[in-house]
Design a protein around this ligand. Structure first.
Ligand SMILES: [Zn+2]
Length: 142
């Protein structure tokens, strides 16, 4: 990583007055570099992953807002852990119905961002095979 002198930072250190002698000087350079990478759409794709529940939606709205302030745009909203259709199970059907309501809310709140749905898996998503399965659903089917 290049060790250029950082430009005027948007963050301030509460301990050090002189930026060049700041206790977090190294971290600031890394942060600037990270910002460059994260705000370059050629190098970074940003996906927000949420679950269709109120708290998660709020957190994602906040994250989207913060990213926007840094000039980082979000490519996709991934709605994770959607309950699959299962008419024979009352629990699943009710849960799914609640999730569908939250999904509508997500579509309204994140209007303009592509929304992808991911159904809940029986097992924990762990390992290359499971990740390939998820990638197939997110990037090939939809
Ligand atoms: Zn069920």
């Amino acid at each position: 990583m290049k060790k250029n002198k950082p430009k005027k930072m948007e963050i301030d250190c509460y301990q050090c007055e002189d930026q060049s002698k700041c206790c977090r000087f190294g971290a600031w350079i890394d942060l600037e570099e990270a910002k460059k990478i994260l705000s370059d759409p050629k190098r970074t794709e940003f996906n927000l992953v949420l679950i269709p529940e109120a708290m998660s939606i709020l957190e994602s709205e906040r994250a989207l807002h913060t990213l926007k302030e840094y000039g980082i745009s979000v490519n996709n909203i991934i709605v994770n852990q959607m309950v699959p259709e299962n008419p024979s199970c009352k629990f699943c059907s009710e849960r799914r119905s609640h999730q569908q309501e939250r999904l509508k809310e997500i579509q309204q709140k994140f209007n303009g961002v592509k929304i992808k749905k991911l159904e809940a898996f029986k097992e924990e998503v762990n390992g290359v095979d499971a990740l390939k399965k998820v990638a197939g659903i997110l990037y090939i089917k939809s």
